[in-house]
Design a protein around this ligand. Structure first.
Ligand SMILES: Cc1cc2nc3c(=O)[nH]c(=O)nc-3n(C[C@H](O)[C@H](O)[C@H](O)COP(=O)(O)OP(=O)(O)OC[C@H]3O[C@@H](n4cnc5c(N)ncnc54)[C@H](O)[C@@H]3O)c2cc1C
Length: 637
């Protein structure tokens, strides 16, 4: 396997423009001779499918939800970054680039990050043109707020529903193309494999989730915008359906998986309330603009928060990081919260949270302003916990939220399988070892609206409008593998539920490959996961049948993939003997408890090649060089 990042030469500011000129074009009249498959209709998939159709390609778009509008992107709350500098507070493309490389703890590709910052402004213009109702200031300009890891306000938002509003915009663009027949939409259809013929991605095999029918679709290129895999931990802030199946099965067909252990644990989530919970809820990072995080100085202090005087509170982020305070990046805020809870300062009945307190902001700005900014988030919190955040501080604790790891892609967003492109959270992305808040929406839309439409054209132009067909031996072979796997799941007929296996896997990963990792724990997880996987295949009970809507069967297939993928995460975490961003190896920390990188040995992207279930994967390294943002110890003090 060869990793060629295809980063263009020249100064970072000129790479993308130069590259766009160098890319081959498909003549407008020829575009209709090409078929493109887009799997996923979240922000990345919907924006890509709509843009490719607008260009004239024939697009088929797949999603497992009943409507493309229900993709998990709809859950995004806080906002989307762009270097517009509307508040005139010193932002620029260069600063967004710098913040993102530094925020990712120097484990992202500089050229990609610069391009992301460069097109960020176009995204906002595009979305405004679509009618996305971003918040505005009295003067009419779009309003901005701050997110972690930045000292400027560059986050555009639509109250606490930014993802929903952006997705409606992308959906309108997609629906227009569906209406004119340029996109054919396949909802409730799950991609279960990629078909590779003559070394190129030629199509996919899918299951109709309502009828159980297995079908093949051929195309000139396949695009995966299938989102992230935080649900590998079982409990996460992601929609329950989010999974790793599409990317994992592509990995098994030859696509390298990059940095799988780089997962983001978000600091502001509602703490778990018991053992039987199946979902965790995010409280947007935007709340850290006005909320102050604190714990009681005394351990196991069960007084009500209002009874604890200021002098007995520890506003630990403000104390430890005076320049960034409550807006330190997520990895740091999460680790510090864990440290507070682990050392006995946790609050709430289970002592498993820290306070996020709005009383000072309400005193300063008034309840009305706070309600305008965060009203829907406060309401959501109150409905879930029964506490009114206008009156008592919220309780928060870190939870799995986002995955920086994903399929390896080059500068063109093409994986190691020619013709297989990966966009949005599904690729290993531009966020290095830690994503800054409000940058996922930016990346997904950058990929879909502004990068892929150029780069895929180059691939298609070189390929030529050759005939494509799913009537080949390769498609039949993959269909039969997919069918056998489904039959196998239905015939085990054991005694344990799918969820019980998933929960157990999640616990292994959370404890050994979560916020803190160490050599012994990772080795233990690598021993335990294959045993659990064997048990799964001997004892899982999948009720119902294939020919109906059967969510237990869907889940079983996804958990089977998580059981293979979790092992890769641990191999990746074990081999990376350093701490960086969201990957915190307890053996490698500074005296102040900060992540200690080892740039001499680990300044690379770890791209893994599949070698078989349970077999040790092969590591390939893409070296990372930092010419424009010199490597330095990250500091937010
Ligand atoms: C609660 C929450 C709040 C967030 N808030 C923010 C925020 O404020 N700002 C920010 O920048 N980021 C935020 N994020 C992160 C951001 O929402 C996601 O990273 C982003 O929306 C992912 O978009 P996507 O298009 O890559 O994937 P998704 O939106 O997850 O879409 C995946 C698509 O792929 C389809 N799919 C997946 N597998 C298959 C398959 N096998 N077959 C067929 N279809 C498949 C799904 O049906 C879906 O259409 C938040 C995340 C969460 C969990």
């Amino acid at each position: 396997m060869q990793l060629d990042s295809k980063v263009p030469s020249g100064p970072v500011q000129e790479k993308w423009d130069k590259h766009r000129f160098d890319l081959k074009l498909v003549n407008p009249a020829n575009k209709r001779k090409y078929e493109v498959i887009v799997v996923g209709s979240g922000l990345a998939g919907a924006s890509a499918a709509a843009s490719l159709a607008e260009l004239g390609y024939n697009v088929k778009c797949f999603c497992f939800q009943d409507s493309s509008r229900r993709a998990h992107s709809i859950a995004a709350q806080g906002g989307i970054n762009a270097a517009k500098n509307y508040p005139n507070d010193g932002d620029s493309i260069w600063r967004l680039f710098y913040d993102t490389v530094k925020g990712g703890d120097y484990r992202a590709r500089e050229a990609n990050v610069y391009r992301l910052a460069q097109v960020s402004g176009n995204i906002i213009d595009q979305c405004v043109a679509q009618g996305v109702p971003f918040a505005r200031e009295y003067g009419g300009l779009l309003d901005n707020r701050s997110f972690g890891g930045a000292q400027v306000s560059r986050t555009f938002y639509a109250r606490g529903q930014t993802g929903q509003q952006l997705l409606i915009g992308a959906y309108h663009a997609l629906a227009k193309q569906v209406g004119i027949g340029q996109v054919k939409m396949y909802p409730r259809t799950e991609m279960l494999d990629v078909v590779v013929e003559d070394g190129r991605a030629r199509g996919i095999v899918v299951r109709n989730l309502v009828t159980g029918k297995i079908e093949s679709h051929a195309a000139h290129a396949v695009v995966l915008g299938t989102g992230g895999y935080s649900n590998v931990f079982f409990l996460s802030t992601n929609a329950k359906g989010c999974n790793v199946t599409a990317t994992w099965r592509a990995h098994k067909r030859g696509a390298a998986f990059a940095n799988p252990c780089f997962t983001q644990i978000h600091p502001t989530c509602i703490p778990p309330s018991g053992d039987y919970q199946s979902k965790l809820t995010l409280m947007s990072e935007s709340l850290r603009n006005d909320g102050r995080i604190w714990v009681p100085q005394k351990q196991k202090d069960d007084r009500r928060p209002g009874d604890i005087p200021e002098s007995e509170r520890d506003y630990y982020l403000e104390r430890l990081y005076p320049s960034f305070g409550n807006l330190t990046p997520r990895d740091i805020a999460s680790r510090r919260a864990k440290e507070m809870v682990d050392t006995g300062h946790g609050v709430g009945e289970l002592h498993n949270g820290v306070y996020l307190d709005f009383s000072h902001a309400i005193e300063r700005l008034g309840r009305k302003v706070i309600s305008e900014r965060y009203g829907n988030l406060f309401e959501m919190y109150q409905r879930i916990t029964g506490d009114d955040p206008y009156e008592v501080p919220m309780r928060i604790y870190p939870a799995p939220h986002y995955t920086m790891g994903g399929l390896w892609v080059d500068y063109n967003l093409e994986s190691t399988v020619p013709g297989l492109f990966v966009i949005g959270e599904a690729n290993f992305s531009d966020h290095g070892a830690n994503r800054l808040g409000a940058s996922a929406l930016m990346q997904g839309l950058a990929d879909g609206y502004f990068v892929l439409p150029y780069t895929i054209g180059d691939y298609l132009a070189r390929l030529g409008p050759i005939g494509v067909s799913d009537d080949t031996a390769a498609f039949r072979a993959v269909e039969s593998e997919v069918t056998n796997k489904i039959e196998k799941l239905l015939t085990v007929n054991g005694s344990r539920t799918v969820d019980s296996f998933h929960r157990e896997l999640g616990k292994i990963l959370w404890e050994n490959c979560g916020m803190g990792r160490n050599r012994d724990g990772l080795k233990e997880a690598i021993d335990k996961i294959p045993l659990l996987r064997d048990q799964f295949w001997q004892d899982v009970k999948v009720t119902g049948r294939n020919e109906d809507l059967n969510q237990t069967l869907e889940k079983a297939g996804r958990v089977a993939d998580f059981l293979e993928f979790g092992e890769l995460m641990c191999h990746d975490a074990l081999h990376r003997e350093e701490s960086c961003g969201g990957h915190f190896r307890e053996e490698y920390q500074t005296e102040e408890g900060e992540a200690k990188r080892n740039d001499d040995e680990f300044a690379y992207v770890a791209a893994w090649e599949y070698t078989g279930v349970g077999a040790k994967p092969t590591l390939h390294k893409e070296p990372l060089t930092f010419e424009d943002v010199p490597l330095s110890q990250r500091s937010y003090k």
